[in-house]
Design a binder for this molecule. Structure first.
Ligand SMILES: [Zn+2]
Length: 507
């Protein structure tokens, strides 16, 4: 089954997978309200999905039952998204150093955070990868799924494994999976076209659903292709265009198979690297920054082809995980965390065609973080304002993005870091995603911001703001909400704020 062509002109052939394969997972009740059945042996529940992301450290620090008490009693939570694998600190570990500790959990920061897999590794699932030694050492022999699932089941809570595409450099054999940049150097990121990475992700997914009584898996990748990265088109800070990926042997082979010239692509990215360096040095091209980018795209359509190929590779990964999980346990739900850059960067949004990914998505967590969204959007504007939009003043550039992304009356470029984005942003983004999923059975579970770290001078979550965001998601047509990023950084008052809005929905 080919969903896309990685050639210079992408061709979307649309849906080719029978959505009935998700019948066990999601059922729609009369009256249009979505009901979610995540368990094979359980009857379909009429409850909406009220989820929260939570990492192993919280259960270790606070105890399994006290954590579940708080999630259930304060947050109205009925589904746990347990961070089972990551080397990052966004979804695992305690509060990030430098940010105020919340009013629960051990009142100290992690010492020597490491990350990895927070469950036991069952070696039979990792025959197709050289990555075999990735158990998180942070909590000794603690297996978060083994410890939490029985307690969650007693409360009627569902459990979904939540893992992401974040690694570190010192994992044994990791160098064999890493991407190669434009100049042939190893990146810290892994390549989706590398068979060892594919084998690892499929093995990990199968391990979870075969070794544990879980209701599903959610995986996420917060990355993009070489073109968008070179233009620094994200909220993640200034990207070094010499580190654009991926040009490894597997990607080069894939390009050749799709008729994309590797040499031309490299030439184009080298030219783009020069442009970005000059732009950051305020060396205005004769015809301006925006025209210069278009001239490069016209001269080297391989720039777009390479970008699209990266996303095709990500989509292939989604589909492969979906198929592997379904063949291991057909009732397990499979879905994806869609990066916040989807709210800021029109190129990235264009790459998230929900109709294309729906056939292999039981659910989507679309990140719609309102509070940190203001700071992040301002950062994105600042970042592209130093490359392709070098001629456009920041406020005009922000207004342009409000228009093309269809946002309403949000604040000025100086205000939004201090105010965050509004509940109306959550409503519009949910509604847009709902419309984007029209005709599909994919469930929509917006990611809601509770205390995601922002700069000291930037806006902070409040109970009222959090409740308004949850309300807005449901008004926009959500089938559930996913409180993010991790319980260990959330203040209980804000969790209760979300819970108040959830209880109004579930009453
Ligand atoms: Zn590669």
């Amino acid at each position: 089954m080919v969903l896309t062509s990685a050639g210079a002109v992408p061709v979307y052939t649309g849906r080719t997978m029978d959505p009935i394969t998700r019948r066990d997972f999601a059922e729609i009740t009369v009256g249009g309200a979505a009901a979610v059945s995540l368990g094979a042996q359980q009857p379909a529940s009429t409850k909406k999905m009220f989820g929260i992301q939570v990492g192993a450290v919280s259960f270790v620090d606070e105890g399994v039952e006290p954590v579940l008490d708080n999630l259930e009693r304060l947050g109205g939570v009925n589904t746990l998204f347990i961070a089972t694998f990551t080397y990052g600190r966004g979804i695992a570990g305690r509060q990030i150093p430098g940010q105020p500790l919340p009013d629960h959990g051990k009142q100290e920061y992690d010492t020597g955070y490491h990350g990895g897999n927070y469950t036991r590794i069952h070696p039979q699932y990792y025959k197709d990868t050289v990555l075999k030694d990735f158990r998180a050492p942070d909590h000794g022999d603690f297996d978060v799924l083994e410890s939490v699932i029985p307690a969650a089941r007693k409360r009627g809570m569902r459990v979904i494994c939540w893992y992401e595409d974040v690694f570190r450099n010192d994992i044994p054999n990791i160098e064999k999976l890493q991407e190669r940049d434009l100049h042939g150097n190893r990146a810290t990121t892994l390549c989706f076209n590398n068979p060892d990475y594919r084998g690892f992700l499929l093995g990990l997914s199968e391990d979870y659903v075969r070794s544990y009584d879980v209701d599903g898996v959610m995986w996420g990748s917060e990355r993009q292709g070489a073109l968008a990265n070179s233009l620094s088109a994200s909220h993640d800070g200034t990207f070094d265009p010499s580190r654009a990926t991926c040009f490894c042997e597997f990607c080069q082979r894939r390009a050749k198979e799709h008729g994309i010239s590797v040499d031309r692509a490299k030439q184009g990215f080298l030219e783009l690297e020069k442009f970005v360096r000059a732009a950051r040095g305020k060396e205005r091209p004769v015809d301006g920054y925006y025209v210069a980018v278009w001239r490069l795209l016209l001269k080297f359509p391989e720039l777009l082809a390479w970008e699209n190929m990266w996303h095709d590779s990500l989509r292939d990964t989604y589909r492969a995980i979906y198929d592997r999980v379904k063949s291991a346990k057909s009732s397990a739900g499979v879905g994806w965390h869609i990066w916040h850059n989807n709210s800021f960067n029109p190129i990235y949004r264009a790459e998230q065609d929900l109709q294309v990914i729906a056939p292999y998505s039981d659910f989507l967590k679309i990140v719609i973080y309102h509070n940190c969204g203001g700071e992040r959007l301002a950062n994105y504007v600042k970042s592209v304002g130093q490359t392709m939009f070098g001629d456009v003043p920041a406020q005009e550039l922000l207004d342009f993005h409000y228009r093309v992304m269809d946002y309403g009356a949000e604040g000025s470029i100086t205000q939004i870091p201090k105010t965050g984005l509004s509940a109306d942003y959550v409503y519009r983004e949910t509604k847009r995603a709902r419309a984007g999923l029209a005709g599909t059975k994919t469930l929509l579970w917006p990611g809601i911001d509770i205390d995601i770290p922002t700069a000291a001078t930037s806006s902070k979550s409040t109970p009222e703001g959090t409740a308004a965001a949850v309300d807005a998601a449901f008004r926009g047509g959500a089938d559930g909400v996913l409180l993010s990023r991790k319980y260990s950084e959330m203040k209980l008052a804000n969790l209760r704020g979300a819970g108040d809005a959830i209880r109004r929905r579930s009453a």
